[in-house]
Write a protein that binds this ligand. Structure first.
Ligand code: ADP
Ligand code: GLC
Length: 481
């Protein structure tokens, strides 16, 4: 099968979160199944600088007022995966991140910027953008690409379009006045198309116009059909329930494997975990924690936003420190949460360490060096860091939601348990689970058994790729192909 992926970020060219990891890894799993995948993303300056083997560019006529654009075919620096960069300097050659300016605010013209990306994907989709190459399926990801299925439907003879929800909370909401400028008929400003509380939602375009919807865990697929997790779109999701499937993400073993990780102090594996002690000592030294091989270290890593529930752990810090547990957290985001983390480090020097910022290498150092790993998210479509933790023999303590519930089994609930799972949203709820983890830590043989079970779990992408392929095939059948 020929598949075109399109997303606003793809590891290792651009990354703000798990979306990039997924879109960077899943195509490699398809390639292993014998399929042909190209991945399209904006031509951010770092992406243009890092790709290799760039071929002759194809001109892009429709850039919605942004000046000249082109599609550059190239390859990933690390995997030779084929990438298509949408090079439109006025839209994408900017300082800051993929979605935010250097001031931390959304670019005000994000609707138009990602309309350029989506239009380019649709053009390649109908075979008109890349010397005649045409995919059988276009697979679009999150609100930045919500217009892809809508654009595809404007033309005849296009391929089927699968849309994956990585996070229903980010909805791409803009005023209705943007529509004429991005090639969308303003007549679509209706409740059964793009309208969302008086504005338009580009995510809703993806939900409404795609041939099939997927999301990144079975539990999240159920949750988003309820009011509490739907953020106003649960009605649309329920309406699509017959063509919605939750497929748990995998992890990329090329990048996340303690046997073979250049960022960590010493390699180790499920059959010989001895190197993990050196990784823990290195983490304590690098983070500024007291060197203490006996004290359990709890890691926490992620975007500092309400979703991730970091405040739930911050609220429990005095008790956590009293239990003799050291804490290392790394994240960036909400300035208020960043300040609270910094403050915690000052209150508990040597016991709590806060790394504010984005640091890919140190993320590996934490996953490998910590003993336990907290993921207290209020909602979590899938979550990757708990799966990385399992692979690195770092026992997760997670909230029972979304992909966390689907990837971690509680040791007190299941014989094959791999971690600790809690309900509720208070520091006390988290603490109760951490107390159980602390008790297990004091029983080294039992601890090792649970740890080894987690390390031996198979979270490779192959299983997910097989499921996505079933989805693609059902789309093909429904379209009579
Ligand atoms: P989300 O996509 O909601 O942010 P995931 O758990 O799916 O959550 O993926 C987060 C990804 O981003 C992981 O690869 C994680 O290691 C990485 N990450 C998050 N915050 C940071 C940070 N401050 N520094 C380095 N990596 C980070
Ligand atoms: C989103 C979700 C996260 C998921 C990731 C990759 O950013 O917040 O739970 O793991 O996408 O699918």
């Amino acid at each position: 099968m020929k598949i075109l992926f399109v997303a606003g970020e793809v590891y290792p060219l651009a990354k703000t979160g798990g979306l990039a990891d997924v879109v960077g890894a899943l195509p490699k799993a398809f390639r292993a199944l014998g399929d042909e995948v190209k991945v399209m993303l904006p031509g951010y300056p770092e992406a243009l600088a890092r790709v290799v083997d760039a071929g002759p560019p194809m001109p892009l006529a429709e850039t919605f007022g942004f000046g000249p654009g082109r599609i550059i075919p190239a390859r990933m620096p690390d995997s030779s995966l084929e990438v298509l960069l949408v090079d439109c300097p006025e839209a994408f050659a900017r300082p800051g991140g993929p979605y935010l300016g250097p001031d931390g605010r959304d670019w005000p013209d994000n609707a138009r910027r990602f309309a350029v990306l989506s239009r380019a994907a649709a053009l390649v989709g109908i075979g008109g953008g890349l010397g005649g190459w045409q995919p059988d399926i276009v697979h679009a990801h999150d609100w930045q690409t919500g217009l892809v299925p809508l654009y595809l439907k404007q033309w005849r003879g296009g391929p089927g379009c699968v849309f994956t929800i990585h996070n229903l909370h980010y909805q791409g909401v803009f005023p209705a006045s943007i529509l004429p400028g991005i090639g969308v008929d303003p007549a679509l400003f209706t409740i059964d198309a793009l309208e969302y509380w008086g504005n338009v939602s580009l995510l809703k375009a993806g939900l409404v116009f795609s041939d099939f919807l997927t999301t990144v865990s079975p539990t999240y697929a159920r949750e988003i059909q309820t009011q509490g997790f739907g953020y106003g779109l649960d009605g649309v999701v329920r309406w699509r329930a017959g063509t919605l499937r939750g497929i748990l993400n995998g992890i990329d073993h090329d990048i996340w494997s303690p046997e073979n990780d250049p960022a960590i102090a010493q390699p180790y594996s499920a059959s010989d975990v001895s190197g993990k002690a050196a990784c823990k000592a290195a983490l304590q030294a690098q983070a500024g924690l007291l060197p203490d091989a006996k004290a359990p270290v709890l890691g926490l890593l992620g975007r500092l936003v309400w979703q991730k529930g970091v405040d739930i752990v911050l609220g429990a810090l005095p008790e956590i420190v009293d239990m003799g547990v050291q804490v290392v957290l790394q994240g960036a985001g909400d300035p208020e949460l960043e300040a609270r983390c910094r403050e915690a480090e000052q209150i508990f020097p040597g016991r709590v360490a806060a790394h504010i910022g984005y640091d890919e290498g140190f993320a590996h150092v934490i996953e490998a060096g910590a003993d336990m790993f907290a993921v207290p998210s209020r909602f979590e479509p899938c979550g990757l860091t708990q799966m990385y933790a399992l692979r690195y023999g770092t026992i997760p303590v997670v909230r029972r939601t979304g992909g966390l519930a689907d990837s971690v089994a509680d040791v007190d609930e299941r014989e094959d348990g791999t971690g600790f799972v809690f309900d509720g949203e208070t520091p006390a709820d988290f603490l109760a689970a951490l107390v159980r983890a602390r008790e297990l830590y004091d029983r080294p043989a039992a601890w090792a058994e649970v740890r080894d079970r987690g390390m031996n779990k198979d979270f490779s992408w192959r299983a997910a790729a097989v499921r996505y392929r079933e989805v693609y095939e059902s789309v093909q059948r429904a379209r009579g192909r």
